[in-house]
Design a binder for this molecule. Structure first.
Ligand SMILES: Nc1nc2c(c(=O)[nH]1)N[C@H]1C(S)=C(S)[C@@H](COP(=O)(O)O)O[C@H]1N2
Ligand SMILES: [Mo]
Length: 365
């Protein structure tokens, strides 16, 4: 193996397909990942939390903003922020990950936000539970889905739309679904959905509708644009399996220090401890394994207990860098349901749910 620096690469795989389109660059610069050293924090500092905004951040004034609740409810109504904040308050640590996280590693690369691994973060979200609000409004027995509409507007796939996603009735009534106005103890930042967003723990990011302005119960499964776009499978025609809960995944804090341009990690010879986080939608992490040789051999990491059911779990494992030269570290997680993070990416036309094992190339000196 070649131990010289600039040619090693960070293991991202982008060196195979380096020609980013200018459209991807626009998206990549508007949206950002959690820098992976940020995995060290139990709660991601707000400015380090990944962000994904499909259109523009809308201009909303918290004082005059209102939320409407309607559709199949006995008593439609509106809420001001003060009225919501006067209701019971809960704070939950929740890990959010974009369903497209790692899309840029796929080959061929689906053209969209070109995420490298790291579109993830864990914040303490404060808000009021949604279920009692729906119950008090008299959610009809005929309600199948509950639609959440954001105040942001755009064109996507040729369709002009407000950002909208729905939850099946049982999920909208989940006791941990929150209408959240604060993140890590401060009012939501504009890019994270101020003044109010939905938090539905366990689901991939697209379900956590930001800039929430309307909630409507409907009598049939919602088939809006964002439900056709968030699909697995080889086609873009909206027929694939819907994307719902986060797949099992682990990532590591890249050890040592980076080369500026290639991001290759440089580490000293000797004993190291590799640390990271692992998560899975609505399941605890049962196991994390680390390989120091590209996946040929594995050791078990020590995994922190699942103290908060919707937040990632820390893990650590020893790694002995005894041979100078290039090495590839790999981590993979298994959840309590037995789902294992795959070594290779499952390709899909939309690039959703690529939870492949996390690989980091290091140069031992
Ligand atoms: N209204 C609205 N809500 C939205 C989005 C959006 O573009 N508009 N993006 C979704 C997607 S795809 C993700 S991954 C998360 C990102 O949340 P964050 O930026 O707070 O991390 O918000 C979701 N909620
Ligand atoms: Mo996303």
């Amino acid at each position: 193996m070649n131990g010289d620096l600039p040619v090693v690469g960070d293991g991202s795989g982008l060196e195979r397909d380096p020609h980013l389109h200018v459209e991807e660059l626009h998206l990549a610069l508007r949206n950002h990942v959690l820098p992976l050293e940020g995995l060290r924090y139990d709660l991601t500092p707000t400015g380090m939390h990944y962000t994904l905004v499909h259109y523009d951040v809308p201009a909303l004034d918290a004082a005059s903003w209102q939320l409407s609740l309607g559709g199949l409810v006995g008593a439609p109504r509106t809420f001001t922020l003060a009225q919501l904040q006067a209701r019971p308050v809960r704070t939950l640590p929740v890990t959010l990950e974009c369903a497209g996280d790692g899309r840029a590693l796929l080959s061929p690369r689906p053209i969209s936000q070109p995420w490298l691994p790291g579109a993830v973060g864990t914040a303490a979200w404060t808000g009021t539970p949604l279920a009692p609000i729906l119950a008090e409004a008299g959610l009809s027995d005929r309600a199948v889905d509950v639609v959440f509409t954001g105040a942001d507007h755009g064109l996507e796939g040729g369709v002009e739309q407000d950002y909208q996603r729905a939850l099946p009735r049982a999920e909208a009534m989940h006791p941990d679904a929150l209408l959240a106005w604060a993140m890590n103890g401060a009012p939501l930042e504009p890019q994270h959905g101020a003044p109010l967003r939905l938090i539905i723990p366990g689901w991939y990011g697209m379900a956590h509708v930001k800039w929430l302005r309307a909630i409507d119960a409907i009598d049939a499964p919602f088939d809006g644009y964002q439900h056709l776009a968030y699909r697995y499978g080889p086609t873009r025609d909206g027929t694939g399996e819907p994307v719902t809960l986060m797949r099992v995944r682990s990532m590591m804090i890249p050890p040592g220090f980076p080369d500026f341009l290639t991001r290759t990690r440089v580490v000293a010879r000797g004993a190291h401890v590799i640390e990271g986080r692992a998560w899975s939608g609505r399941a605890a992490i049962a196991r994390v394994e680390l390989s120091g040789d590209g996946g040929a051999t594995w050791i078990d990491a020590e995994v922190a207990p699942a103290d908060a059911p919707h937040a990632w779990q820390g893990w650590r494992a020893p790694w002995h860098a005894d041979r100078p030269g290039a090495h590839e570290l790999v981590c993979r997680a298994t959840d309590a349901r037995g789902a294992v993070q795959p070594l290779d990416a499952a390709w899909g036309a939309r690039g959703m749910g690529n939870n492949m094992a996390h690989r980091v190339r290091v140069l031992v000196r």
